[in-house]
Design a protein around this ligand. Structure first.
Ligand SMILES: Nc1ncnc2c1ncn2[C@@H]1O[C@H](COP(=O)(O)OP(=O)(O)OP(=O)(O)O)[C@@H](O)[C@H]1O
Ligand SMILES: [Mg+2]
Length: 350
């Protein structure tokens, strides 16, 4: 649940006779610096323009589908909109369901039904006008099964009068056509470097983070458009380092495989010694580098390597793609890394 839904106070009441102050709650920076209103949402111009038209010109809010890579503001944007629309009525007007909740068809139907049944009026306690519908946010909608999505589509229709739905997901291709065709779709793009840079600079100043300019550049390059990653890394680095944070510290916290290790793997693949190659890869896994990170860096290295022919690059990257797909389907990291380096060796030792 999000910080402002919880009330955000750092002091809790005690159960005993005397009242004790709880230690101040340290908010994760991704919550602390989450946009408060639609005006604070950076980039994503298309959706922001539509939401502002609803807020300012009173246009109808459609059912919506937000999709795009992690950390680009999907959850933040809809929560900011809900806050702007409902103000202090937010708790009673917004129902947020996400994949960590039970997500069977029955549960979604039941929860949505109970929530949508009572009608909403159009007055806020602060006297401002407020839309007379409720908002249901379904986070990680792409993790719902097809049949659950079918049921959801029915539910959306039945309660269309008093509710609006906003579905959030990473992969729009996993959402069934009857839903995509009934919602206004908005693609969230990776955040441009300068926007991330401004946000990181802002947090750095407010929180007094001791980080070098080069390390900020490295942080933004490592985060690759995912603002959650950038902000989380910055907070971890701040906690870990009293002295000035350097680009190497950033690479450490991002668990990037050192470039040298990637070239060692490529060189062993060239040298035809399979045992050596296997031990290099096992070493990487034992050192705790995640397979997806290795794959991403290996792919960059292969693309940049002028000593590898285009046809070979195609075969290697094709295998990296298959492994990536298999990993998202729950395959074993070790097996997939071996599959990749086997192809790598076949191609490079020809
Ligand atoms: N467009 C943006 N404007 C301002 N802050 C942003 C934006 N996008 C991301 N952030 C920051 O990054 C954090 C993560 O964003 P958010 O949770 O909205 O991402 P998401 O797109 O919902 O990701 P996921 O697909 O993983 O759920 C937020 O707390 C916010 O501080
Ligand atoms: Mg989200």
């Amino acid at each position: 649940m999000h910080a402002f839904l919880k009330g955000g106070s750092g002091v809790t009441g005690s159960t005993g006779g005397e009242k004790k102050k709880a230690p101040p709650r340290v908010l994760p920076w991704i919550e602390k610096y989450r946009p408060k209103g639609v005006n604070d949402v950076c980039a994503q111009e298309e959706v922001v323009a539509m939401l502002k038209a609803v807020l300012i010109e009173g246009k109808e809010l459609p059912n919506m589908l937000f999709y795009g890579p992690p950390g680009t503001g999907k959850t933040s944007t809809i929560l900011a909109m809900a806050r702007d629309m409902f103000g202090n009525l937010m708790k009673e007007r917004v129902c947020e369901l996400n994949a960590s909740d039970e997500r069977g068809i029955a549960v979604v139907r039941e929860k949505v039904k109970n929530f949508a049944m009572t009608t909403a009026n159009s007055q806020r306690a602060d006297g401002k006008k407020c839309p007379n519908f409720k908002l249901i946010i379904l986070d990680e909608a792409d993790s719902m099964t097809k049949s659950a999505q079918e049921a959801l589509r029915r539910t959306m229709e039945v309660y269309s009068k008093g509710t609006r739905f906003c579905l959030l997901c990473n992969y729009v291709s996993r959402i069934i056509d009857p839903i995509t065709s009934r919602t206004a779709k908005f693609r969230f793009r990776l955040l441009p470097k300068e926007i991330q840079y401004n946000q990181i600079r802002h947090i750095k100043e407010v929180e007094n983070v001791n980080i070098s300019e080069n390390a900020v550049e490295e942080l933004i390059s490592v985060a690759a458009g995912d603002m959650r990653r950038a902000v989380n890394f910055l907070q971890s680095l701040h906690r870990l380092h009293a002295e000035e944070i350097t680009p190497d510290d950033v690479r450490d916290v991002a668990i990037l495989c050192p470039d040298g290790k990637i070239s060692e793997v490529v060189n062993s693949a060239r040298s035809k010694s399979y045992d050596n190659l296997v031990s290099k890869v096992k070493g990487l896994l034992q050192d705790g580098y995640p397979a997806c990170q290795f794959m991403e860096q290996l792919m960059d290295a292969i693309i940049a390597d002028e000593g590898i022919e285009d046809g070979q690059k195609v075969n290697i990257i094709n295998q990296i793609g298959k492994a990536d797909h298999a990993l998202t389907d729950g395959s074993d990291e070790n097996v997939q890394m071996m599959a990749i380096v086997s192809v790598l060796q076949r191609e490079l030792s020809r």
